[in-house]
Design a protein around this ligand. Structure first.
Ligand code: 1GP
Length: 249
């Protein structure tokens, strides 16, 4: 297990983990550094860097450097393709979009990027990525057969298949900016069969949203849009308060 994977595993022993997603296309270095610092002060555990459209390597590098100068928590690339592989970060979610109809998103891009990841010394953290309706932009770009919101059994099947294939994390994604997070019933159903940690993201904007997915069994929460739209405002503060509460303070 690599250093960042170990760090996340250790943090999970104390309760839920929060990952702040910063899109380098939408935030320049100074803005990303400021959000990262404020997020970590509130208890966010790591910074994910990515988005679902073309990020240039130069911009990714600038933003990762600014975040690393601002905070000491891990920086993890959340890739949207080969162009997202930046040597400045510590780790990369080496992920397969399991419910895509396009083998490029399932395995081909990963095969093209794997040797570069190794050469750059990025820690790959394997992750099974499942897009749940509405899926938003990643659902379209990733050519996904989105899991219907009233179909927890399909989500369970994919999630358990990911675990049996040896993936270290499973991520239920409603899509960045989704009107509502992944339904609690689906989170609960997946968690009831899964042994590896469950990440939930997409559409978490308020403390109440965070509470619902945490109560249903999400172990890691990802938020992006809430800080893109409001900075470190009341919604983000409420979300982190819910996360900290489950850590026991
Ligand atoms: C997107 O799950 C993440 O990949 C975060 O979603 O932007 O809706 O917080 P939001």
């Amino acid at each position: 297990m690599g250093r960042v994977h170990e760090y996340l595993t250790e943090r999970l022993r104390h309760g839920p983990v929060h990952l702040t997603l910063i899109d380098p296309e939408k935030s320049d270095g100074p803005a990303a550094g400021a959000v990262a610092r404020a997020a970590v002060d509130l208890g966010s555990d790591a910074i994910m860097l990515g988005g679902s459209t073309g990020i240039t390597p130069g911009r990714m590098a600038e933003v990762v450097r600014a975040v690393k100068a601002a905070v000491s928590v891990p920086t993890i690339i959340f890739p949207e393709g080969e162009g997202s592989v930046a040597p400045e970060a510590e780790a990369i979610f080496f992920m397969s979009l399991l419910n895509s109809r396009d083998p490029d998103w399932v395995i081909r891009t990963q095969a093209r990027a794997a040797v570069a990841v190794r050469k750059l010394g990025l820690e790959p953290i394997s992750l099974g990525y499942l897009v749940v309706a509405p899926g938003m932009r990643v659902g379209e770009v990733g050519r996904v057969d989105a899991i219907a919101r009233d179909d927890p059994a399909t989500a369970q099947g994919y999630a358990l298949a990911a675990e049996y294939l040896g993936m270290s994390f499973v991520y239920l994604e409603a899509g960045s900016g989704a009107p509502d997070p992944v339904p609690a019933d689906m989170v609960r159903a997946v968690r009831s069969v899964l042994s590896v940690p469950l990440i939930v993201g997409g559409g978490i904007r308020t403390g109440a949203d965070a509470r619902r997915v945490l109560a249903a069994g999400a172990q890691l929460l990802v938020t992006g849009t809430v800080t893109e739209e409001q900075g470190v405002g009341s919604g983000f503060r409420e979300i982190l308060a819910e996360v900290r509460q489950d850590r026991g303070g």
